[in-house]
Ligand binder design. Structure first.
Ligand code: ZN
Length: 850
């Protein structure tokens, strides 16, 4: 049962644990509905604690027996766990509990997925396995015995014994319970080995369901690349004899960094040319790296409490972005990341769910695995590195690993390391962790007698619980261009610390054009009055690839806003500028594909709000369609040439070069299909031998209104492959006419292959609708109602996935009164559900109270 009044937990209430754990022995007797878990735990009073109360977390456990030092005891079962009288000395606690993995649909704790046992313990799932101090600052050495007839039985650390019906594992590295993992199943292994730089041989395995063994090779290569990269760049070596990855179909998130036993959503590890797109490959490589990198940033150094989540996540996202930039293209990765940051994190920061990178309170920690903690958290690391410089950054990291290895650390620990190793005062920088909201950075320029002056002003709008904000330190990377397009001042980092501050550049011979916030050097919204001529100039001449792209985007956005608000025609200057970029064969094709991309519907809605307008989702959609059609016509001569020129003829490789060529060719195809009634797309569909080409062709056919046959054929071809069928569900909805996207989604929820129990399928269907603004925000509220219906059905089964998808409603205050009333009614209907989960209750009430 969920407690009636969900309790808020505060960072300021942190207390050290009353008891520390010396070691843990667990025995699992696996059975689908009656798994027995026997625990033997050595506790010792924490000399630093002020209380001797003994409390263990526990949820949904059937307690069979408990002993202290071998004698039976009867603990008090209380909400969320148990309390017990214990000796004032080291003692051994033993408990036997029964749990039911087969009926665990929340996918937290020990559960079953297609007949396989697996676990998910972060953040607070271990308490659903046995009674334990389930908090990250209690670290211990785990020894695990699994009893089952299943052939593959895995846990953390190194294997120590196995035989008929059992396996034993020992993890020598003390860890919090959230990093515990167990897997049991009939799995196929894709094995390999890796020799660390100090010569240690490590056994590597990727375990998958039979039938998926052909989709492991790419993940294995990504893992080995990650291992080498972390040795070379951060000096971090792997620290066990074995590293296991397991693919699981039913998983709430992307993947999990359990010590020595990473568990992955199968969509984030299984890859093949036939079934995965180039984007899938890039993402899989990044997630494998991310989870592997957690071995140091997360596992060896973990978090003191869940408020410090960004300590491991922000840093690890930053590290995986560096890795991807090194493996592929740095500018392309940066542009992709900023697009995602604006789409997810800026959106969050501008709405009712805004919270600091380090929150100071929460009801349900699962609701704080957010874009703000992850992506903005990573931006903070990037800013810190920009401010102190590369060499000082790596020196500070060495000190961090040295000093805090084995610790459950805090953001204060992290910043202190930087302060000590660089001598810099980071008091003001810390505000980035404490203050929510995206700073607006306004800029004014003047030029006189060879001196160019930039005057910046920063301000951050109020966010829930935070009205007033103090100025932050903002690294602003700037370069200056001469009227002829030459760079006269190369990238220089200005360090802004005041609310308003001027910076001067002297000795210039003409008024320059500034390129501001190069590389997106800080997660802020730059407010700068600029002309289209200047944007076109920067798009043509900026030496910074990010700002070059950004100039094109600003040009597109300005034109679109005029189309939406005044019914203006597509901006000819934009069409010409983008045509020039398209034609410029000296530019990376991947960059050109990105430059052809337009701001999303959601981006435009927020832009309109920032300019004081109420966005009309249908008008935004139509403006985008009109502009795409204008692009297709304007570039009619060049597009087929580009399409032909960038066809890849070599055997498929998911590398940066080939994927860049395909992304440009397919961006061209998408436009061509608007004017050739799908002829080129049909030809590509019929000849495609990889999923990137096949899916791009299918999307283009759907856009051209010629998708019916291909949709049916695609299903027939792929109906046995659940990951491909997820794409099939999603694409039909996201490319549906907004007038009937809700009906398309509703019909797909009735398809025999739809199941709400699988989070991937649920997201592919209802998530696709929620992410199609015009369809979701249809004026009659059909989109809202459909999503709410399904959230209400899913919540009793899977609170985590339900709660995450509630963020579909987070932008509701942007829209007109009628839409707001329709959404409010759906939010109230969700809140009125009896026994609503704590997760969903918290999310919906935060949104509703905006
Ligand atoms: Zn992570």
């Amino acid at each position: 049962m969920k407690d009636a009044a969900p309790q808020k937990i505060y960072l300021s209430d942190y207390q050290v644990p009353n008891y520390l754990v010396e070691d843990v022995h667990l025995t699992f007797r696996l059975a689908p509905e009656s798994t027995r878990v026997l625990s033997r735990i050595t506790f010792r009073p924490n000399p630093e604690a002020s209380s001797k109360d003994f409390f263990l977390h526990g949820e949904d456990l059937k307690l069979i027996s408990t002993k202290i030092d071998g004698a039976a005891v009867t603990p008090d079962l209380v909400v969320g766990g148990l309390a017990c009288a214990v000796p004032d000395a080291t003692f051994v606690w033993e408990a036997e509990v029964e749990i039911s993995p087969a009926t665990n649909t929340a996918l937290e704790g020990l559960y079953m997925s297609n007949g396989m046992y697996c676990t998910q313990c972060e953040a607070e799932g271990f308490r659903k396995i046995t009674y334990y101090p389930d908090r990250p600052d209690v670290m211990s050495v785990f020894t695990v015995r699994i009893e089952s007839d299943l052939p593959v039985l895995l846990s953390n650390g190194n294997p120590v014994a196995s035989g008929e019906g059992f396996a034993e594992w020992h993890d020598p590295w003390p860890k919090p319970a959230y990093l515990f993992a167990l897997v049991g199943g009939e799995l196929i292994n894709h094995p390999d080995t890796f020799t660390t730089k100090s010569g240690k041989e490590v056994e590597l395995n990727i375990y998958v369901r039979p039938g998926d063994e052909g989709k492991c090779a790419f993940g294995m290569e990504a893992l080995k690349k990650s291992m080498i990269w972390d040795e070379e760049v951060y000096g971090r070596e792997y620290d066990l004899d074995i590293f296991n990855i397991v693919a699981v179909d039913d998983f709430n998130m992307g993947a999990m960094e359990n010590k020595g036993l990473n568990i992955f959503n199968s969509s984030c590890v299984l890859a093949s040319a036939e079934t995965s797109t180039d984007m899938n490959f890039e993402r899989i490589e990044a997630i494998i790296a991310h989870e592997y990198f957690h071995n140091w940033t997360g596992n060896r150094i973990t978090c003191r409490d869940w408020f410090q989540l960004c300590l491991k996540e922000g840093l690890t996202v930053y590290r995986d972005a560096q890795f991807t930039a090194d493996m592929r293209s740095e500018p392309v990765k940066r542009i992709e990341d900023v697009i995602a940051l604006r789409a997810r994190q800026f959106r969050e920061d501008n709405g009712p769910l805004a919270h600091p990178v380090r929150p100071d309170s929460f009801v349900e920690i699962n609701n704080f695995y957010t874009a703000t903690v992850y992506e903005k958290g990573a931006e903070l690391i990037g800013m810190l590195k920009t401010l102190v410089g590369d060499a000082a950054y790596y020196k500070a990291l060495d000190l961090y690993f040295d000093r805090h290895d084995g610790d459950a650390a805090t953001i204060e620990d992290w910043l202190t390391v930087f302060e000590e190793s660089t001598g810099r005062d980071l008091t003001q920088f810390k505000r980035w962790y404490e203050q929510a909201g995206t700073p607006r950075l306004a800029v004014e320029e003047s030029y006189e007698d060879g001196t160019f002056t930039l005057t910046f002003s920063q301000s951050t709008p109020p966010t829930p619980g935070q009205d007033q904000k103090d100025p932050r330190v903002i690294p602003i990377a700037v370069g200056l261009l001469n009227p002829n397009g030459d760079e006269v001042v190369p990238t220089t980092v200005l360090e802004m610390t005041e609310a308003t501050q001027s910076f001067r550049f002297e000795g210039l011979t003409a008024r320059p054009t500034p390129s501001i916030l190069r590389g997106f050097s800080a997660p802020v919204i730059l407010e700068r009055a600029s002309s289209n001529a200047e944007r076109a100039f920067l798009l043509a001449h900026d030496t910074d690839p990010f700002n070059k792209w950004e100039a094109g985007r600003a040009l597109a956005r300005a034109g679109l806003v005029k189309m939406i608000l005044n019914g203006a025609a597509p901006d000819g200057a934009y069409l010409d500028a983008v045509l020039q970029v398209l034609r410029d064969d000296s530019l990376d094709p991947a960059f050109r594909a990105l430059a052809l991309g337009l701001p999303s519907q959601d981006d435009l809605a927020q832009t309109l709000v920032d300019q004081g307008h109420t966005p009309d989702p249908q008008a935004i959609y139509e403006a985008l369609e009109t502009l795409k059609m204008a692009m297709a016509t304007h570039m009619q001569d060049v597009l087929p040439r580009i399409y032909a020129q960038y066809q890849v003829t070599e055997p498929y490789q998911p590398d940066a070069e080939q994927s860049g060529a395909r992304s440009l060719a397919n961006a061209a195809l998408s436009l061509i299909s608007r004017v050739d009634s799908g002829t080129a797309a049909q030809a590509q569909y019929d000849s495609a031998d990889n999923m990137t080409q096949q899916l791009a062709a299918l999307a283009a056919l759907l856009t051209a209104g010629k998708g019916e046959q291909a949709v049916a054929a695609f299903y027939e071809q792929w109906k046995e492959d659940r990951l491909v069928i997820d794409k099939w569900f999603g694409l039909q909805i996201s490319l549906a006419d907004p007038a009937n996207a809700a009906e398309v989604a509703a019909a797909l929820t009735q398809h025999p292959d739809f199941t709400m129990k699988n989070p991937n399928r649920f997201r592919a269907t209802l998530g696709a609708l929620a992410m199609s603004p015009a369809g979701f925000h249809r004026a009659d509220g059909a989109g809202y109602k459909l999503l709410a219906d399904w959230l209400i059905q899913l919540d009793p089964l899977n609170p985590q996935t339900t709660a995450r998808m509630c963020s579909a409603f987070e932008t509701w205050k942007r829209y007109d009164c009628d839409r707001q009333a329709l959404i409010a009614a759906q939010l109230d209907r969700i809140l009125a559900q009896e026994a609503l989960s704590r997760d969903t209750q918290e999310m919906v009430s935060r949104i509703r109270n905006a």
